[in-house]
Design a protein around this ligand. Structure first.
Ligand code: MN
Length: 204
């Protein structure tokens, strides 16, 4: 079974003006496709690994043969992270969580706004390429952090709820070096309905 590029549920221009169509198209058809292709190449010699789920591979990297471990970490991570990234964005997003997740965010961070500020800071202060995350453990405890490259909380046993890609390829065409402006724009697209569903599924 080969991995394939998942289609988006919206058009490349649907997220304008916050993310432009050209950035979306290159990000999806070149960058994400590249991770998928290189992941498939890395797995070619290992039929046993092909039978495992991607989340299993990424959460058991120490058990992966050394000659493909970095390739799976980077390209498997890239495929996993981008699949989540597209899913949590919407041209008509629900602007706030409403049930369990809102309650837990308020309990943990004080308010939704404070949680958003914390995630913004985590993403902004990530040096070089990487991601900012809102994630949960298996008990439903929330955390916000950032990871380098295509790493993710999954690699440490976490479950991602929302992630922002802060690689320059995600924003350079429209925002150049202004990562803060891109992050502020990205918040307009986050569909809290999806994020909340992920939270409820992760703890049930
Ligand atoms: Mn990316």
């Amino acid at each position: 079974m080969k991995y394939t590029l998942p289609p988006l549920s919206y058009e490349y221009n649907a997220l304008e003006p916050y993310i432009d169509a050209k950035t979306m198209e290159i990000h999806h058809t070149k960058h994400h496709q590249g991770y998928v292709d290189k992941l498939n190449t890395a797995l070619e010699q290992y039929p046993v690994l092909q039978e495992k789920s991607l989340s299993f591979l990424l959460s058991h990297l120490a058990e992966i043969p050394e000659d493909v471990r970095e390739a799976i970490r980077n390209n498997g991570g890239g495929h996993y992270n981008h699949t989540l990234f597209w899913e949590t964005l919407s041209p008509s997003p629900q602007k706030s969580p409403q049930g369990n997740l809102l309650k837990k965010i308020e309990e943990t961070f004080g308010s939704l706004e404070e949680a958003q500020d914390t995630l913004t800071q985590a993403a902004l202060s990530r040096f070089g390429s990487g991601w900012g995350w809102l994630w949960t453990d298996a008990q439903g405890n929330l955390s916000i952090s950032s990871t380098p490259n295509q790493d993710s909380p999954l690699m440490e046993g976490g479950i991602e709820l929302l992630g922002i890609d802060v690689w320059e390829h995600a924003y350079y065409l429209s925002y150049q070096n202004k990562r803060a402006d891109y992050i502020a724009a990205w918040w307009h697209l986050v569909d809290w309905n999806i994020v909340e569903k992920r939270y409820n599924n992760s703890t049930s």
